[in-house]
Design a protein around this ligand. Structure first.
Ligand code: PLP
Length: 330
């Protein structure tokens, strides 16, 4: 079976396991795990921010990040298919009391002209106040689309002008960076608080980080513990993340090339495939998933008619060729 359901299905490599086995550890709730601290400092530095906090999942990183920027009873604006809106089981409402309004755009992009209509300033006891705008780069359910840097810079200017915060869901920011050559720091500069994942294309088994100003990250540390996310000798996991940053970032270009090959096989224009995700519509997504399984390829349904293929570290060029042959027949 070739597993194209998600880039979360990777297993740690021998080299990563060795790095995890020899990790220096301590009790991270006491702030004494040197490997976790090294990872947090490194990722904060990469994004050009003051501090970072290791979390078990990207969902927890997003809940903490949005919750830092948006008080209960306020709102965050995001694209309609954003992971925070669709795939976090309502956590922002259920846990943080945050409401959402959404815009729709074909590739998940953000347009300040649209924001100007949606944005609600603080009008006292009338409308829900917009406290943050969230963008997702790359955009998962828009097929791994990279958000254009010019749009993000315009968003930053809009946010500064209106004193509203920007949240970046950068679960796959590494893919955007490798696809465009735009530095992580330049992407980081768009956001007040960002979340990034180690457990997607980077191939670590566990881990995400919230990145932002030191004072907000200190508050995030308190809230993480409150949510039950204070972890102990977790340098074993952080070591997997550090290894991934050393060895698995540049190779994302291979995943992107493999995704374009799969797109061609499925009748999707490869020019529209920015990174490692191919999404396309079929008559009946569950039926397509079943037929692909019969042909030896696991793919995902992300809607009644939308199929998603994701390339990753555990899909080689040869695996890609085999999947291309099988899916072309479908
Ligand atoms: C995977 C993902 C997350 C976080 O997911 P977890 O499974 O909770 O780690 C957040 N945002 C996006 C865009 C994702 O694809």
């Amino acid at each position: 079976m070739i597993d194209l359901r998600s880039d979360t299905v990777t297993r740690p490599t021998e080299g990563m396991r060795a790095a995890m086995a020899r990790a220096d550890v301590g009790d991270d709730v006491y702030g004494e795990d040197p490997t976790v601290r090294a990872l947090e400092e490194r990722v904060a530095g990469l994004l050009g921010h003051e501090a970072a906090l290791f979390t078990p999942t990207g969902s927890m990183a997003n809940v903490l990040a949005v919750g830092l920027l948006v008080a209960p009873g306020q709102e965050v604006l995001c694209e309609a298919r954003a992971h925070i809106a669709r795939a976090e089981l309502g956590a922002h409402g259920a846990v943080s009391g945050v409401t959402m309004r959404t815009w729709s755009s074909p590739r998940g992009q953000v347009d300040v002209a649209v924001l100007a209509d949606l944005f609600a300033p603080d009008l006292g006891p009338f409308f829900v106040r917009t406290a943050a705008i969230s963008v997702e780069n790359t955009h998962n359910f828009a097929g791994g689309a990279v958000l254009p840097l010019a749009d993000l810079k315009a968003l930053r200017a809009f946010a500064d002008e209106h004193s509203v915060a920007v949240h970046l869901d950068g679960a796959r920011l590494w893919n955007a960076h490798v696809a465009t050559g735009v530095s992580l720091e330049e992407y980081g500069a768009v956001a007040d608080v960002a979340a990034v994942c180690l457990s997607k294309g980077l191939g670590a088994p566990v881990g995400s980080l919230v990145v932002g100003p030191a004072a907000l990250i200190a508050e995030a540390r308190v809230r993480r513990k409150r949510l039950g996310g204070g972890m102990r000798q977790v340098g074993v996991l952080a070591a997997g993340g550090l290894y991934a940053l050393d060895h698995h970032v540049d190779r994302l270009a291979d995943d992107h090339a493999h995704a374009r090959l799969l797109a061609e096989a499925c009748g999707v224009d490869p020019a529209g495939v920015d990174t490692n995700i191919v999404a396309f519509d079929v008559a009946d997504a569950p039926a397509y998933v079943a037929a692909a399984r019969e042909a030896g390829v696991l793919v995902g349904a992300v809607g009644a008619r939308t199929v998603r293929l994701v390339t990753h570290l555990d899909v080689s060029r040869a695996d890609t060729a085999q999947a291309v042959a099988a899916l072309a027949r479908l």
